[in-house]
Design a protein around this ligand. Sequence first.
Ligand code: HXC
Length: 260
Amino acid sequence: MSYETILVEQKGAVTLITLNRPKALNALNSQVLSELIDAFAAYEADASQLCAVITGSGDKAFAAGADIKEMSDKPSAEFYSEDFFAGWTAQIVKTTRKPWIAAVNGFALGGGCELAMMADFIIASENAKFGQPEIKLGVAPGMGGSQRLTRAVGKSKAMDMCLTGRMMDAAEAERSGLVSQVVPADQLLDVAMKSAQAIASMPPLAAMMNKEMVNIAFETTLDTGLVMERRMFQVLTATEDKAEGMAAFVEKRPGVWKGK
Ligand code: HXC
């Protein structure tokens, strides 16, 4: 599939996906969603690709939200009958079992903030700004903002952001645990790609199961999560990469992974 609204490049074992509607501050319309669904499916299916990074083109925005112009005349019945926005979680988050990172350059508002929070973690540039300003449009988050933001930063800040529509800068986002680190804007992509390359150099099954385990913490009780964690650990002990990893440690050499 050739893309018009995103760019996809393979850099070694890392897939770099760039939202590419800079004139609209990378607003997320239906075409962006369908192209992202395809790009994430291709990443997931390609055994040579072990981590992905998503970022925005231009220096102003990661994504300034769902495309307001696309939504402005859409009847409510269509939002419901199409289950508008359902594809983001159902066809990207749930189907991408390999790791991916959001590198947030500039505005991540509304759906842009929600897309960043779908990633396994966020690295932000110093000029990043996060917000859920949907209330100012007479609506509310529709792609997970009220749920993922609350889990990430807690009730008080999530309520503050959703009810006032104010933006959170990168320093506040780091203090609040929304992002894993903040870096100078001109280093953002480099840091995100190095982080992705580090993940891509890990045993792939262990990377996928580590991701799955952390995500389970959001979905279940502590007791059930601890049992599932132990089972996954026990499954990993049966892999060839576990034997290789432990042998490599003892022999003081880097491991060579098979993904088996
Ligand atoms: C469509 C958008 C857009 C968006 C910006 N643009 N955000 N187009 N959807 N979400 C377009 C503008 O119309 C403009 O194009 C161009 O991008 C540049 O934007 P400006 O507003 O001129 O830039 P600036 O003055 O620097 O302001 C930047 C900004 C502002 C603060 C980020 O653009 C802004 O507030 N955008 C909307 C943010 C927002 O509300 N996001 C949530 C969307 S709702 P033209 O062609 O006009 O020059 C959502 C889900 C809600 O995500 C669910 C509802 C059902």
